[in-house]
Design a protein. Structure first.
Length: 391
């Protein structure tokens, strides 16, 4: 991990360690990948107001859903983490706990929720996909509660899968099928091949084994997830889950004020503004571009989190300044995992914390509570309109 100084360095290492089919699953997005690019451009187009002599330290700690975290970012839910590094979910969860930040486990994880909670003490959330019939989600929720997951995320931007063309070209759909190019590519990445592919067992959807039985193969479980997609999932199902889950509940995939208000009406404690990292609707706007409007329409009690394109500590500062209480990391920590297992994830988290701290000091903010719209550089005329006393 020496010499990796930013998330892009970790991405380059991930690309060289992983076979193309695996890297493209991690890195890719839907169709022309316009939204993937938009998420980054959205952050890059926002400028911060530098302030001088605002103090030389900054406290990154933040309260989210009643828990104080060391920094306002958490590792968001991602499926198939075991295809980058053996026990990938565990490394992500441990690195998050060691850094004092949150972790959310996906329905589609490669380690079961019980195995993670038995080995990691830090606060953990569980992410549920809108799959299956009511008894499918009920059984997962009962297990998540029993295993000590404190909050629930329902991801609602995935009634159908996005058209991820890199995956389609490789013939990749939730499990790696052996073909001549894939075998050849694997042989050219011996580190990955030895650890993940020839390791103790193939990564499979461990949370779902209970539905098929212990002997289920990775392929049978992948077929099962595809068969469980439920395009009829509706707000009525959200109400049902709200009744079944007594802890905090967040709706992930919200991109407009109407859906945010509806989520709140249906009893959600808050929303995660997300376009799934550009992996679902290509052409959706950058998440950061819709944040101010969504945060502005919700009541003070609502939790507002955001993800999509976070690669710099300054991105986190911008999101908080525009109304988010925290952000979720997707690819940033996955690049770290794929580059170097636990050490790579820990490195990604410490890079982001270090960059965030510098940015806060440069913007004169001693704590996350100090962040607000005044940190965002806007054209002078707009600023004049916002502060009439200057006229
Ligand atoms: C490889 C990969 C797998 C993902 N799997 C899930 C998942 O299982 N559940 C979910 O809610 N979101 C999933 N996401 C979306 C992330 O939670 C998050 O919304 C997105 O990665 C944020 O964008 P970023 O990667 O640019 O930071 C996945 C994203 C990636 C890149």
């Amino acid at each position: 991990m020496k010499r990796a100084v930013n998330i892009e360095d970790l991405r380059r290492r991930a690309r060289s360690r992983l076979p193309r089919v695996v890297f493209d699953y991690l890195d890719g997005a839907a169709e022309d990948e316009i939204t993937l690019t938009a998420n980054r451009r959205g952050f890059q187009s926002i400028q911060l107001v530098p302030r001088i002599l605002g103090g030389g330290t900054a406290d990154l700690s933040t309260q989210i859903l009643g828990h104080r975290y060391a920094a306002p970012f958490l590792i968001g839910p991602t499926g198939l983490n075991g295809i980058y590094w053996p026990q990938g979910d565990l490394h992500l969860a441990r690195a998050a706990a060691d850094a004092g930040v949150g972790f959310a486990l996906s329905t589609a994880s490669n380690m079961s929720m019980e195995a993670i909670s038995a080995q990691v003490d830090g606060p953990k959330w569980f992410q549920l996909y809108p799959w299956g019939k009511p008894d499918f989600s009920k059984s997962l929720l009962d297990r998540a509660r029993a295993a000590g997951y404190s909050a629930l995320i329902i991801t609602l931007d995935s009634l159908v899968g996005g058209k991820r063309e890199r995956d389609l070209r490789h013939g990749f759909s939730h499990e790696i099928r052996m073909s001549a190019p894939v075998v050849l590519d694997g042989l050219m990445h011996p580190g990955w091949l030895a650890s993940v592919w020839l390791g103790r067992s193939r990564p499979r959807f461990e949370n779902l084994v209970a539905f098929l039985g212990d002997g289920a193969s990775d392929k049978e479980l992948a077929d099962f997830t595809r068969s469980q997609r439920n395009p009829h999932f509706s707000w009525e199902d959200v109400r049902r889950i709200r009744r079944q889950w007594d802890g905090p509940l967040l709706i992930k995939g919200v991109m407009c004020a109407e859906d945010a208000l509806r989520a709140r009406q249906e009893g959600a404690d808050g929303v995660i503004i997300s376009n799934h990292g550009g992996r679902q609707l290509d052409g959706a706007p950058a998440t950061i571009s819709v944040l101010e409007e969504i945060a502005g329409c919700l009541d003070d009690g609502a939790t507002v989190l955001l993800d999509g394109g976070i690669r710099r500590g300054s991105d986190v500062v911008k999101a908080l300044a525009l109304g988010a209480q925290g952000v979720l990391l997707g690819r940033a920590t996955l690049y770290g995992l794929a580059a170097g297992g636990y050490d790579g994830v820990a490195r990604a988290l410490s890079m982001l914390a270090d960059e965030m701290q510098r940015t806060m000091i440069f913007t004169g903010c001693g704590s996350t509570d100090d962040l607000g719209p005044h940190n965002i550089a806007r054209p002078c005329r707009e600023r004049d309109r916002a502060s009439p006393e200057r006229e």
